[in-house]
Design a binder for this molecule. Structure first.
Ligand code: GLN
Length: 191
């Protein structure tokens, strides 16, 4: 099974290493052609404005819409979650809009160092390590969105159909729980 990692900007290599660790070959996606045959696509953290600019320039915006319409699974982390969101504030900006959530960019302030929290989730009994780096806050979620983890009163890990989004960076921890969950999701989505 092939899972893609959008590799135009940000911390995509850490996602690739996590997939390799789980026995899945990562495909680094830089052009629309790279999406062929993928069961899922990870959109990494980085800077969402830069991501949107490059996606538009490379013709990837349309390609991702097509890939989504055809049933492709997505996992967005931090800036990736912002790109997937239906609505983006602070400032308002365009997004892919596949996931029915509204987000506030840099919702905790533009902290330079990372904040690590431990929190409960629906994915396992032990707490999840959550690394927040200039993270967005999920302000509201639509009725079809399942909240898998919360932190400080806000959803931080959510799922809707074959779309998964975290406002933190699971790829920067040694815990592969969320990536394993996404791989299962991508596999099941195409049965
Ligand atoms: N602050 C970034 C943005 O708004 C996201 C940061 C991240 O992905 N770690 O796009």
């Amino acid at each position: 099974m092939k899972i893609g990692v959008l590799a135009i900007q940000g911390d995509y290599e850490a996602h690739g290493r996590m997939l390799e660790r789980l026995g899945v070959e990562p495909v680094y996606v830089r052009t629309p052609a790279d999406l062929a045959g993928l069961r899922g696509l990870i959109i990494p953290g980085g800077e969402s404005t830069t991501h949107m600019k490059i996606l538009t320039e490379e013709g990837l915006l349309e390609a991702l819409r097509k890939y989504s319409a055809e049933g492709g699974a997505f996992f967005g982390t931090c800036a990736g979650a912002i790109l997937l969101a239906r609505e983006v504030h602070n400032p308002d900006q365009a997004s892919l809009g596949f996931l029915d959530i509204s987000v506030l960019r840099n919702g905790y302030g533009r902290q330079l160092s990372s904040d690590v929290h431990l929190g409960a989730s629906k994915l396992k009994d032990e707490p999840l390590e959550m690394v927040f780096i200039r993270a967005p806050i999920i302000e509201s979620v639509g009725p079809g969105v399942k909240i898998l983890a919360e932190d400080a009163g806000h959803p931080v890990l959510v799922e809707q159909g074959r779309i998964l989004a975290a406002t933190f960076h699971p790829e920067l921890t040694g815990d592969s729980t969320i990536h394993e969950y996404f791989i299962k999701m991508a596999r099941n989505g195409h049965q």
